[in-house]
Design a protein around this ligand. Sequence first.
Ligand code: ZN
Length: 77
Amino acid sequence: MICKKVVELLPRFIENDFSEEEYNDILKHLKTCKRCKKEYESMKALIDKLETIPLINVPPSFKDAVMKNIKKGKNGR
Ligand SMILES: [Zn+2]
């Protein structure tokens, strides 16, 4: 498997969205290719971080402000 392909598939790899065969192919590549392993690790760290941000916990005032701006924008024209 080539590096470009592996990097493209990494987000799905991290989400475990693969057949066992594909998964093993990528895993094998990551074990032998330092560059892709690094790419994988930084991508995984980023995704882990994103998942820990509580998107639901956006303050209601923020939501209100966004909604007001949307309405303002519509009425202002
Ligand atoms: Zn590689």
